[in-house]
Design a protein around this ligand. Structure first.
Ligand SMILES: [Mn+2]
Length: 354
């Protein structure tokens, strides 16, 4: 934690800001280790303040070090007094705050420059340390185990998408997950053409594609994996679409490494799908970072940037044929100096279930 705060303070010193108000709870967890639901952190050249209410003071005293811990139900009023006493004039704050919260900031910090910043702490979270990687690795292992179990559970004509989602959710918890990283997607038949078709009461039928996109939290870090399987024998077209998506996924695994540009990370797998004639049916970005959040930096399409060792990103090409079916395959990749490690290990050859 101390190293993270030092990195934050170095970035603050290099900026034109006198202080920063951290209000995003994931950023607060990253910087302090506190995982309650109410806290405000203020960092300036000579202050490290952690403010929370009576419910969490004990937890903060036990987990947060290197900060002055202040119990308060009016954190902004407390910070505003200190800002005034220290004669600070320009403060950054996490841009995700609500408009109502921003209005409160304007009231408490009248006369002070308030600068909303999108990614101040998030950029520090881009490269994961070994402890973070270990947690993501475990979340991926749990996800793999749940997928292995679900294959025997699918009974065409009987099992609903809800049944599948509930089964996956329960198994992930059974294997040690503390929660789901997002609402589990189980989309069968023509519903699989919706990239984010959350589960419904629909029964899984013979002859259908079935897309499962799911993940979990382990020790605050997430996994995010997609597998598409087929119920009964697949048609030639279905086999070709599946093969194209798989080749795109694998082309990226072969080339992803530190130093690759974000634009190439997106375009290398996209070209595989375009060359097969399905470019217009790959309707979303190739992937995103994962960590404390299931969608976090980096994002790839139309963004300048270079992959760095220690980033954990998804590789999730897809082809979606409206009113027919869709295929997506998603892995979580740990970027290394000379390549990448695939953290999600579930099988990827087209599984034919019956
Ligand atoms: Mn994803």
């Amino acid at each position: 934690m101390e190293q993270r705060i030092l990195n934050f303070e170095r970035k603050l010193a290099q900026s034109d800001l006198d202080g920063f108000l951290v209000t995003d709870l994931l950023n607060i967890y990253y910087l302090t280790g506190f995982s309650g639901t109410e806290a405000t952190v203020f960092i300036s050249k000579n202050r490290r303040l952690f403010l929370t209410d009576a419910r969490y003071v004990l937890a903060a005293q036990n987990t947060v070090s290197g900060f002055e811990i202040i119990e308060s139900r009016r954190p902004l009023a407390e910070i505003a007094e200190i800002v005034k006493a220290d004669r600070l004039v320009r403060l950054g704050f996490d841009h995700q705050v609500t408009f109502a919260y921003y209005q409160k900031l304007q009231t408490y910090f009248a006369g002070i420059d308030l600068v909303a910043l999108a990614d101040f702490t998030e950029e520090l979270r881009l490269v994961k340390d070994p402890k973070e990687i270990a947690a993501i690795r475990m979340a991926c292992r749990i996800t793999d185990q749940a997928f292995a179990d679900v294959l025997d559970f699918i009974k065409p004509g009987v099992t609903t998408e809800w049944d599948l989602a509930n089964f996956l959710d329960f198994r992930m918890r059974k294997y040690g997950a503390s929660g789901l990283s997002f609402t589990t997607i189980a989309a069968s038949g023509c519903r699989s053409a919706m990239p984010h078709g959350t589960a419904t009461e629909k029964v899984i039928q013979n002859g259908e594609m079935l897309t499962l996109d799911f993940g979990c939290y382990y020790n605050h870090y997430v996994s995010d994996m997609t597998r598409t399987v087929h119920i009964g024998p697949a048609t030639d077209e279905e086999g070709e679409i599946y093969d194209t998506v798989l080749r795109a996924n694998q082309a990226l695994i072969r080339t992803a490494k530190a130093g690759l540009s974000y634009r190439d990370f997106d375009s290398i797998p996209r070209e595989v799908i375009e060359q097969a004639g399905f470019g217009q049916d790959f309707t979303h970005g190739i992937g995103h970072g994962i960590g404390l959040d299931v969608h976090e930096l980096p994002y790839f399409s139309g963004t300048d940037g270079i992959l760095r060792a220690g980033m954990v990103v998804t590789d999730e090409p897809g082809i979606y044929l409206d009113n027919k079916y869709g295929v997506r395959i998603e892995d979580d990749l740990l970027i290394t100096e000379d390549g990448c490690e695939v953290l999600t290990e579930s099988p990827k050859e087209l599984l034919i279930l019956s």
